[in-house]
Write a protein that binds this ligand. Structure first.
Ligand code: SF4
Ligand code: SF4
Length: 67
């Protein structure tokens, strides 16, 4: 995984915008109407989910490469 994805579930309304813009299909809305990480290994840390979320409910930290 290239990133740490943090989800603030109390802010997420399950609109699915982040999942729709994710180029790697990392995210999906679960049966409770909250976003979840379903394929974290595929994340390229592009930041689209964080940028597109209207409720500031998801944050992506790019992991530094190990030295
Ligand atoms: S940072 Fe990019 S690849 Fe990773 S979950 Fe968000 S939209 Fe998908
Ligand atoms: S865009 Fe934001 S509010 Fe909508 S499903 Fe994703 S994290 Fe939740």
């Amino acid at each position: 995984m290239k990133s740490d994805i943090t989800i603030k579930l109390e802010r997420c309304k399950g609109c699915g915008i982040c999942a729709a813009f994710c180029p790697k299909k990392v995210l999906a809305v679960d049966e409770l109407g909250k976003i979840q990480v379903v394929n974290g290994e595929a994340c390229i840390a592009c930041g689209q989910c964080e940028l597109r979320c209207p409720d500031y409910a998801i944050f992506v930290d790019k992991k530094e490469a190990a030295k």
